[in-house]
Ligand binder design. Structure first.
Ligand code: FAD
Length: 475
């Protein structure tokens, strides 16, 4: 697409596909000297990071809406298709030369590959005398600001959270105003067809019926959650058959809503209180702090981005690589109903309830003793909300290798989790029709039933074996 017009700055969009409360866009637009927006589809990064087809299609659908929202501000969105992220620098150099652009603005991404990509682009453009400005957007409190008395990062969530709350009380947490409209000039807007064509050859999965795209959808979900569910969140959030959680994770991961917009809405519902008042609201704020925590972890302990265990001594655990057992787990055929129903929820909807993510991750690592990294990659390849920091943090927590790791001897029993949190078996029955007629009392650990597999592992023996193997590791 040929871009015409006068532009002073480029805003490089990535996982921040919105116009509201977007720091890079807001600041670039402030003095109204002309802004060009750019998005690169980097096929190598999508492949290397196992990005789920559902998520790639979610990106496509978001870009279609973003281009209209930006056009209303007189900002053209240029989407460029690349085989490799290495081609980003020459593309920027070409745009900068053609349009006499002086500044590049973007919001920081913290995982190692993204951080290095941004560093290389920034260094190359600075030598071409372009000013590069990086903003913090993905988190509520930027990495580096939450430190203990020795100026070290926290490895434990509760201490991080207490310090986070202390700082948040004095920080300005309000979202930014709408970005300013740019000078009138004829701009060319990419057609929907041209944009869709750029995604040709990529594996796409259309889940638009479940997960409509866009900022409007994200903010109406937030409003609905605050109005109807947040007050009971502390109780309902553990029950997968209830609509007890916000289901905002896909939107937060792709950036069609910001964590500041979420926290502002929660504060408004709680008379401005962060950690007192309604327990539903404070528990939900606690989850947004977990989200910040894991983003800080990838900055402070970048070796986790190389798939290394956070607690180095746990690298010696003799993980198994049994592909038959792993496939049974992926396909929801383990013979443990809650695990199978959860894995089918992931396959069918691109999303899984948080309690079930912990249950299936513990089952894979502690009962099947399969390397958490295999589970982590599989999750990324299916999740519409796949986010490296949250996913790695969740997997390492479940495998007892990470920050704040669940103590290795405290292993969820999937059957008792199912009895507690899916009491009547309603969630199980939604995904496992073969068990539809099994009485609630026994559905969590059913008798042999036609069409449903027998358990692939002995839960209590495997649990004991895992505890013994962990206790033999020397910290
Ligand atoms: P809500 O309960 O409404 O919480 C609000 C928001 O807080 C979420 O949207 C999410 O952004 C954040 N959040 C909530 N819980 C956590 C948590 N434990 N860690 C970090 N952030 C949290 N979350 C992802 O966004 N992407 C992932 O790839 C991901 N992988 C996970 C893998 C495992 C093994 C585990 C145990 C957890 C993982 N999580 C991940 C965290 C959590 O399961 C999801 O964020 C949550 O289920 C999303 O549902 P919700 O939007 O309804 O959350």
């Amino acid at each position: 697409m040929k871009i015409q017009g006068k532009f002073y700055r480029i805003v490089w969009f990535r996982n921040d596909l919105r116009v509201h409360d977007n720091p890079a866009l807001f600041h670039a637009a402030e003095d109204q000297q002309g802004v060009l927006a750019v998005y690169f589809i980097c096929r190598d990064m999508l492949q290397n990071h196992c990005v789920a087809p559902a998520r790639i299609d979610f990106i496509r659908r978001h870009l279609l809406l973003l281009k209209s929202d930006l056009a209303a501000l007189n900002i053209p969105l240029l989407v460029i298709n690349l085989d490799s992220a290495l081609e980003i620098i020459p593309h920027f150099q070409q745009l900068i030369k053609t349009h006499h652009i002086e500044e590049l603005f973007f919001n920081a991404e913290y995982p190692w590959d993204e951080f290095n990509r941004d560093k290389q682009v920034s260094e190359a453009l600075r030598t071409d005398a372009v000013k590069v400005k990086r903003f913090h957007d993905r988190v509520i409190i930027p990495p580096g600001m939450i430190r203990n008395g020795k100026d070290e990062p926290y490895k434990v969530f509760t201490a991080f959270k207490n310090n986070w709350l202390k700082q948040a009380r004095v920080l300005q947490l309000q979202p930014l105003k709408k970005p300013k409209r740019q000078p009138e000039q004829p701009i060319v807007v990419m057609s929907d067809k041209a944009l869709n064509d750029l995604f040709k050859g990529l594996d796409l999965r259309d889940l638009s019926a479940l997960w409509p795209a866009g900022e409007k959808e994200a903010s109406s979900r937030l409003k609905q959650f605050i109005k109807q569910h947040i007050a009971d969140y502390h109780v309902d959030r553990d029950f997968p058959d209830l609509e007890g959680t916000s289901q905002l994770s896909p939107y937060l991961a792709i950036g069609s809503i910001s964590p500041r917009q979420c926290i502002a809405a929660a504060l408004q519902a709680n008379q401005g209180e962060l950690d007192s008042g309604n327990p539903g609201v404070t528990t939900w704020i606690g989850e947004l702090i977990w989200r910040d925590f894991y983003q800080h972890v990838v900055v402070d302990f970048p070796y986790v981005c190389k798939f290394k265990a956070m607690q180095k001594h746990t690298e010696a655990f003799p993980w198994r690589y049994d592909h038959t057992l792993f496939k049974a787990w992926c396909d929801g055929e383990t013979g443990i109903p809650i695990v199978d129903a959860a894995m089918l929820q992931l396959k069918k909807t691109g999303w899984m309830h948080n309690r079930l993510r912990m249950v299936v991750a513990m089952f894979l690592t502690k009962n099947l003793q399969i390397d958490w990294r295999m589970g982590e990659r599989y999750f990324m390849s299916e999740l519409i909300d796949g986010d490296f920091a949250a996913n790695n943090g969740g997997w390492q927590w479940s495998a007892s290798t990470g920050t704040d790791a669940a103590p290795y001897f405290r292993i969820f029993n999937p059957v008792s989790q199912s009895q507690r949190f899916d009491v009547e078996g309603a969630f199980i029955k939604t995904y496992l029709p073969a068990l539809a007629k099994v009485p609630s009392k026994v559905i969590h650990n059913p008798p042999p039933t036609p069409g449903y597999p027998l358990p692939i592992v002995n839960l209590s023996l495997s649990r004991k074996e895992t505890i013994a193997l962990f206790s033999a590791l020397k910290p």
